[in-house]
Unconditional design. Structure first.
Length: 421
């Protein structure tokens, strides 16, 4: 195509446009550019155009009176059923709705608490429930330690580290023990949180902030379809686009080729589970780490379930800080760490990742306000209980439990004694 031809076309367009009012032309130009930018941003943000259109269509259909009525009746049925199935065990005791005029005396109150304790559902202490509670609470020495720790630390608040230096030290020690357990070097670091979901959310926040600082407007995370729902929760809360990658249908590990092709210039983190909750399979973390190194994307390993199992087993799995590219790990002390509920750790390869999870408001009217996690005040007692648990169990107990769990898994796989509630 020669340039004379192009000039010809331009001249023709100019001739056409001469007939249009310049003001209209300018307005059309501005509005179409604006529209194009809006659509482009919508296409790139965490919701995307497809989901917006889908939501719009569904909401429209739902707003049709006939459909609305049908949905309402079905919803009511489901709701009634749900309420019945949850509340039927409330027992004959009255439902307390008001603060008592005067406080209840201790004996009466303890008796009342016992009534509520007896309301607990299926017998989790008999070892017939999986995934909810990880300790059988049978060791009386252990329980005595917790009672004493609770008594001493129930009101402590690590938001005030100078007031509670003991709790501050306990948290540091828990983090150091976990970093060492998961083979971090001396630069590895982290914080405690109140559970796996919180640890995962903190890591997502940190990696999102890292991307924002690098000028990525709409960060994305690439996650296996089998990873925990905490990641899509984090995506929703922190407005990260979650790009799900299917697993290999034979191995149930994330499909690495598809993971690689899901990466874009906006990817702020890659995720692998060790293992995942739905299937118990461990993704190929070494390979994910390699991809992370190649594209300079932090890799997060969700070891909420496996952190305190894999660390104590002789396995070929490579899943911890020994894998180059692994930038963060979530591990639940309140799962196979066997501590009372309310504690977990999120660990980072070094402080440059961790600092992206910190918050600081230097202009707050109450003074400079800084916090290391999403909470403000935190329950020091959760930290103290976790610290006590780790020291109480020691490596030998964890190793023994891990071996027992693997043996039980094998038994179940071979098909005996299964009882599914
Ligand atoms: C349990 C679990 C989580 C979430 O932990 P919570 O303590 O329930 O918030 C995340 N990932 C995996 C693999 C888990 O098993």
């Amino acid at each position: 195509m020669n340039s004379a031809y192009l000039y010809n076309i331009v001249d023709e367009i100019n001739d056409e446009l001469k007939q249009v009012n310049p003001l209209v032309l300018a307005a059309l130009c501005v509005s179409s550019t604006y529209l194009a930018c809006q659509l482009w941003n919508m296409h790139r943000d965490d919701i995307g155009i497809r989901r917006r259109v889908k939501n719009y269509v569904f909401n429209f259909i739902k707003s049709i009176p006939m459909v609305r009525k049908q949905i309402d009746t079905q919803l009511k049925e489901v709701k009634d059923e749900l309420v019945k199935s949850l509340v039927y065990k409330d027992g004959p005791n009255e439902f307390i709705t008001k603060l008592p005029e005067q406080g209840i005396n201790p004996d009466e109150l303890i008796n009342l608490a016992r009534v509520y304790d007896r309301m607990e559902g299926p017998r989790y202490l008999e070892g017939r429930v999986s995934g909810a509670v990880f300790s059988d609470e049978s060791n009386t020495d252990e329980m005595t330690v917790y009672q004493e720790v609770f008594r001493r630390f129930a009101w402590s608040n690590p938001l005030w580290p100078k007031l509670f230096p003991g709790v501050r030290k306990m948290e540091s020690e828990v983090i150091r023990m976990c970093c060492n357990l998961m083979n971090g070097d001396e630069e590895s670091c982290g914080t405690m949180s109140t559970g796996g979901t919180m640890s995962i959310m903190l890591a997502c926040l940190a990696h999102r902030n890292r991307a924002l600082k690098r000028g990525v407007q709409f960060p994305e995370m690439v996650i296996p379809s089998t990873c925990h729902a905490a990641f899509t929760k984090a995506a929703e809360v922190f407005r990260i686009k979650a790009v799900k990658v299917p697993v290999n249908p034979q191995t149930y590990k994330v499909d690495l080729k598809k993971m690689r092709s899901a990466i874009s210039s906006r990817t702020c983190m890659l995720v692998g589970s060790a293992p995942n909750f739905p299937y118990g399979t461990v993704d190929d973390i070494a390979a994910i780490g390699e991809i992370g190194v190649k594209y300079d994307i932090p890799v997060h390993v969700d070891a909420c379930l496996g952190g305190f199992l894999l660390s104590f087993l002789e396995t070929d799995y490579q899943w911890d800080f020994r894998v180059p590219g692994v930038a963060s790990i979530s591990a639940d002390t309140h799962k196979y760490g066997l501590t009372p509920k309310g504690s977990s750790v999120v660990l980072y390869k070094n402080a440059s990742y961790l600092h992206n999870q910190y918050f600081c408001d230097p202009d707050w009217q109450g003074g400079i306000y800084a916090s290391s996690t999403l909470e403000g005040s935190r329950a020091g007692v959760n930290i103290a209980l976790c610290w006590a648990s780790l020291l109480f169990q020691g490596q030998d107990n964890y190793r023994r439990y891990a071996e027992d769990i693997v043996a039980t898994t094998k038994k179940i796989r071979e098909g005996y004694g299964i009882c599914i509630l």
